[in-house]
Design a binder for this molecule. Structure first.
Ligand code: GDP
Length: 306
């Protein structure tokens, strides 16, 4: 929790110092305070839709109770944000990187556009699973970028896990097939497959991801067990747009939101969680392996309000 606080410092500075400044010298939550709150939420990248929802709910409470003191605003806002954040119900919520019982290998397909921290997230995940005693196989399925394949191979060496790679410009589905095959044959616990993140055309993306899924299902009807979308938390509106594109193209089951250490706009986590109803499973708060953290709603909300 300490490093989460540290990682999210910019979010806190942005969000909560602004809120405290907005209510200085005011005892009562009135229209002016709500306007300020709305502005703060928007400028923290919570997104218009979710901001409006939060403001409405607080307005309703003010109307119902006739009065709300600014000193209560903190805890009320905390409650409202907690309602909007989806609970992380995944097996490894405790941070111990367990895989679901009886699922072997647990297959994770990772999607997202270039530059969001996809490769780094896969490397960090591999490291944490490996550290938890899990046998991991990686698949370098982002075959459109030489750098992605090379970078994943480096992570594999660094962590000490095998990386299935067919080089550049090869069929990502074939990489996925071989990765799951090797994972199955060698008794791996987890297979993590990278994919190309080009949003070239929607139909292409959709077909490509569907094909990757199909070949994985040759080994297990439930594979991939997780489709993890990686988003860069510092890109605000772009992260929303990418979430929209990818959820249209495939069934995204979990989110990793990276680079929250580099932004005062952690509100993206709240807005995306609310609008897409997909659990945020990991957050990235820095470049070190342990900076990929298992998302906890409680810890996140508390860190915003400290
Ligand atoms: P990809 O193109 O999506 O595979 O992106 P990379 O994994 O190559 O990451 C792009 C850059 O973002 C790299 O320099 C990473 O070290 C950096 N990065 C990834 N996640 C985080 C994070 O949570 N915090 C910070 N500060 N940097 C990150």
């Amino acid at each position: 929790a300490e490093s989460l606080d540290k990682g999210l410092e910019k979010t806190k500075d942005g969000f909560f110092s602004k809120l405290s400044r907005a209510i200085v010298g005011k005892s009562k939550v009135d229209e002016e305070v709500l306007d300020e709150l709305e502005e703060i939420l928007i400028s923290s990248d919570v997104g218009v839709e979710t901001t409006v929802k939060i403001i409405r709910r607080i307005e309703d409470r003010v109307a119902r109770d006739k009065f709300m003191s600014t000193s209560e605003l903190d805890s009320i806002l905390r409650e409202e944000i907690a309602v909007l954040l989806s609970e992380n119900k995944s097996a490894d919520v405790s941070g111990d990187f367990e895989t679901p019982l009886g699922v072997k290998p647990y297959v994770i397909m990772v999607v997202g556009v270039n530059g969001v921290g996809k490769t780094t997230t896969i490397g960090k995940l591999a490291a944490q699973y490996h550290k938890a005693g899990k046998k991991v196989v990686l698949g370098a399925g982002d075959t459109f970028r030489a750098a992605a394949v090379d970078q994943l191979k480096l992570w594999g060496e660094r962590v000490g896990v095998p990386v299935i790679d067919h080089g550049m410009n090869t069929d990502p589905a074939s990489v996925a097939y071989d990765a799951v095959k090797q994972g199955t044959e060698t008794g791996a616990d987890v297979v993590i497959v990278d994919t190309a993140g080009r949003l070239h055309t929607k139909v292409n993306l959709m077909n490509e991801l569907a094909k990757i899924k199909r070949v994985m299902q040759k080994f297990s009807a439930e594979a991939p067990h997780e489709v993890l979308l990686v988003l860069d938390g510092s890109t605000g509106q772009n992260a929303f747009i990418q979430a929209q594109e990818f959820t249209k193209a495939t069934e995204v089951t979990a989110l990793a939101i990276t680079k929250l250490d580099g932004t005062a706009k952690g509100g993206v986590v709240i807005g995306i969680s609310d609008q897409f109803k997909i659990p945020v499973k990991y957050i990235g708060v820095g470049e070190r392996i342990e900076d990929l953290q298992v998302f906890s709603k409680q810890t996140f909300v508390e860190s915003l309000f400290k």
